[in-house]
Design a protein around this ligand. Structure first.
Ligand SMILES: [Zn+2]
Ligand SMILES: [Zn+2]
Length: 163
């Protein structure tokens, strides 16, 4: 399950991957500069890890992956907060209510199917639901800023194991 790619990108994205990482680095650097902070190798390593993993990662997973490189828990925690503040990374809650982090920049609107057995997260796009939602909200005069659908259940792997 470890090499499984979880994140949905726009179809044109693969071609622009190199440029994508570069743009992300730029946004992060500009934001840090405003706060009088530097894009240190540690902060860069955390961002690169999120890009390479292509998954919804917990703070612990990031910490354990980068521990051999001398990156501490506090650095991981603070860097994730900063990445959230500059809208490069977003939080998703796992079945236990603990946050996982996903890359957010230039990605399509999607929802999450969350497995309560293994904690696996699958991204899904539902254009029909978006449309129905917009229509219903419009009727009520409600202006949507964002929405979040989280569907909890058992993934196909876990259902197979139970039998
Ligand atoms: Zn599962
Ligand atoms: Zn996601």
């Amino acid at each position: 399950m470890d090499n499984h790619k979880e994140l949905i990108f726009f179809p044109t994205w693969t071609a622009g991957r190199k440029g994508y990482a570069e743009r992300m680095r730029q946004v992060f650097q500009d934001y840090l500069r405003q706060k009088d902070l530097l894009l240190t190798p540690q902060r860069m390593a955390i961002l690169n890890h999120l890009l390479e993993a292509d998954k919804h990662l917990s703070q612990e997973e990031i910490y354990h992956a980068l521990k051999p490189r001398g990156i501490g828990k506090v650095t991981v925690f603070r860097t994730l907060k900063t990445l959230e503040q500059c809208h490069l990374v977003e939080e998703v809650l796992d079945p236990a209510g603990k946050p996982r982090y996903e890359i957010k920049m230039e990605r399509p609107q999607h929802d999450h199917l969350i497995c309560v057995e293994c904690g696996g997260i699958t991204e899904i796009q539902w254009p029909e639901i978006e449309k129905a939602q917009e229509k219903a909200c419009k009727k009520l005069g409600f202006s949507i800023i964002f929405h979040r659908h989280e569907v909890f259940g058992r993934c196909s792997d876990c259902q197979r194991k139970q039998r």
